[in-house]
Design a protein around this ligand. Structure first.
Ligand code: ADP
Ligand code: MG
Length: 603
């Protein structure tokens, strides 16, 4: 069996891991970083950028860059970019393709299979869309794992081995997942999950950006997408800065406007109070569902980038009481767990005795006749939310009107009272012999497995007629023919080649700073980009390219610092001093220069 890649396909950031030498190992991307931003951007020449470069282009080219598409997985939302339409799973496929290519390069082997994590709150359609995304990226994904289950798996691996129950609090860029996890012997069982899949770090960025606008008498909603992007980017940096420093200055310059705002944790709490208040509801719900109080919980494990906010940790201490908050690599927990799971799936000797159970995060049922209002069927639950998977439940129904000829079993997912307020997954119709109402009965079995596939069996008790339906797709997810066709189309669009990526990133970064800067600094950034472009494409002298890449990087770093923090006084003549000469590097370059001139380095 080939190597299986574990992928944390996040709303904001994605990561990959494999099982290696008895542990889960994170795989660095082409920049040597573990986090690849889940952003896709389309260039003029059909080049597709994924990750850090695309994130920069999100600010400078908002019209051809996309992020946060994971929120719309399994819906029929389409993104129109450069005249072409993309589904959320197609955009996700670009991210998966990038992770796969980086992993293949790093490991030096082909990878054809992956395990991908999804939020526990993803419904069937979103799960199916995730599998399709894998297929579009050339990866077989037959296992989907809930993110909190993956985090639990990682906690269990790096923690103690006693029986215990803990709360996994996963707070990322776009979603909040709260789960109760029971660990006993070698079994990890998720006993309840809850969450809010429209609450995350980006909401805090927006709160900060809106506060900035309020203080500067700007109307956030009236700003162009590009200016909003610059503002959100600065807001996010200010927010993240607060996990290191008590006070930070948020500086914004977007080519038209320049301003500053002081930020500290107290202020962050104040302006995002409505967001904090939304956090406690899922925590309470999960405790209720799991029939637990805080005393039964040994610790609260914090997962996801937003858990790095000191104000969030303070808030949790305040609302949960004296709990040991365990903060271990919040950024990496899910990916490490998926990597472990990939190892389990590969049936590696060193972990095969670990058993992971999962639960159904929503109720599954059917609509039944509503005597009070014949037009609106009521939901009758067959598999209850939080049932341990795989599971199978049986229910019996009888005819509702005299001499009816058919019985229709509508399959719904959700917690709502009226059936039509839930998500409709499918329907099965069977024939029944005409008889007075209530005389004919049908037996319905729902079987739901760990991969999110629901099998519905219906049997007419009097005639023995049986029908089965396997529910995987609705009308708005893709068929396998569609996928095949699309794979061929998407394959024509190349990801930015790895050896070009660092340069493209440099340009994308430079372009963003160019958009943000004013006056002489703007010109200085522009000139350097032009210069480097000429060097790279016209002169093609690798020694010079290498030397100037470092210099320009240094320059951009300084420009970024300057734009971030107005306290650096700047005058145009100082620009040259921003190029820091590094003796050692220079020595190394001279050495390379010699080799190059001796003809050893060919290009
Ligand atoms: P996702 O699971 O949604 O992909 P992550 O777990 O990677 O997301 O978290 C991303 C979020 O974490 C972003 O909103 C980012 O702003 C936030 N974040 C990352 N580092 C910090 C930090 N030091 N302080 C506050 N927020 C942070
Ligand atoms: Mg995450």
């Amino acid at each position: 069996m080939g190597r299986i890649l574990g992928i944390d396909l996040g709303t904001t950031n994605s990561l990959a891991a494999v099982w290696q030498n008895g542990e889960s190992m994170l795989i660095p991307n082409s920049f040597g970083e573990y986090l690849t931003p889940s952003v896709v951007s389309f260039g003029e020449d059909d080049t597709v950028y994924v990750g850090k470069t695309a994130k920069e282009r999100l600010v400078t080219h908002p019209e051809c860059s996309v992020s946060v598409f994971k929120r719309f997985m399994g819906t029929d939302k389409k993104y129109k970019i450069r005249g072409k339409k993309y589904r959320p799973e197609e955009l996700s496929a670009f991210v998966l393709r990038k992770l796969r290519e980086d992993a293949q390069r790093y490991l030096g082997e082909e990878i054809e299979e992956a395990v991908v994590s999804v939020p526990a709150y993803f419904n069937d359609k979103a799960r199916k869309a995730t599998k399709n995304a894998g297929e579009l990226a050339g990866l077989k994904v037959d296992r989907i794992i809930n993110e909190p289950s993956a985090a639990a798996l990682a906690c269990r691996k790096c923690g103690n081995e006693q029986d215990e129950t803990f709360l996994v609090f996963d707070f990322g860029g776009g979603t909040l997942d709260v789960s109760l996890v029971d660990c006993f012997d070698n079994i990890i069982e998720i006993t309840a999950v809850s969450g809010d899949n429209h609450l995350g770090g980006s909401d805090f960025d927006e709160a900060v950006a809106r506060e900035f606008c309020r203080e500067h008498h700007l109307d956030f909603d009236e700003l162009s997408p590009q200016r909003q992007g610059i503002l959100l980017e600065s807001a996010s940096r200010a927010k993240c800065g607060l996990s290191e420093k008590k006070d930070v200055i948020m500086s914004v310059s977007d080519g038209e406007f320049k301003g500053q705002m002081e930020m500290n944790n107290k202020k962050l709490i104040k302006i995002s109070m409505p967001l904090f208040q939304r956090i406690s509801a899922p925590v309470k719900r999960v405790m209720n569902d799991g029939k637990k109080d805080m005393l039964g919980i040994s610790k609260v494990i914090l997962v996801g980038g937003s858990c790095k906010m000191p104000s969030l940790q303070q808030y949790l201490c305040h609302t949960l009481g004296e709990y040991s908050l365990a903060v271990m690599n919040p950024d990496y927990m899910v990916a490490l767990g998926v990597g472990t799971y990939a190892g389990i799936k590969e049936r590696r000797e060193d972990i095969k005795d670990l058993l992971l159970t999962d639960i159904c995060p929503f109720s599954l049922g059917t609509g039944i006749f509503n005597a009070g209002n014949a037009k609106r069927a009521l939901m009758s639950t067959i598999i209850e939310r939080n049932s341990v998977l795989p599971c199978s439940h049986r229910a019996h129904f009888q005819t509702a009107s005299d001499y009816q000829k058919h019985v229709v079993i509508d399959v719904y997912q959700g917690e709502e009272y009226y059936a039509d307020n839930n998500i409709h997954l499918g329907e099965i119709e069977v024939n029944v012999p005409p008889a007075p109402k209530g005389k004919e009965t049908v037996t319905v079995d729902y079987t739901y497995d760990i991969n999110g596939i629901l099998i519905v069996d219906v049997e007419v008790d009097s005639t023995g007629e049986k029908k089965r339906q396997v529910i995987t797709t609705g009308t708005d997810t893709m068929s396998s023919d569609e996928i095949k066709k699309r794979v061929a189309q998407l394959e024509k669009m190349g990801l930015c080649p790895a050896d070009q990526e660092e340069y493209r990133m440099l340009f994308a970064w430079g372009e963003r700073l160019y958009a943000q800067a004013f006056g002489p600094l703007k010109n200085a950034v522009g000139e350097r980009l032009d210069f480097f472009q000429r060097l790279l494409y016209a002169e093609q002298n690798p020694y010079k390219v290498k030397k100037w890449k470092r210099e320009i990087e240094n320059f951009l770093k300084n420009a970024e610092n300057y734009l971030d923090d107005k306290e650096i006084e700047w005058n145009p003549e100082d620009i040259d001093s921003w190029y820091e000469e590094d003796e050692e590097d220079d020595e190394e370059l001279r050495e390379e220069d010699r080799l190059w001139h001796d003809g050893h380095l060919t290009h």
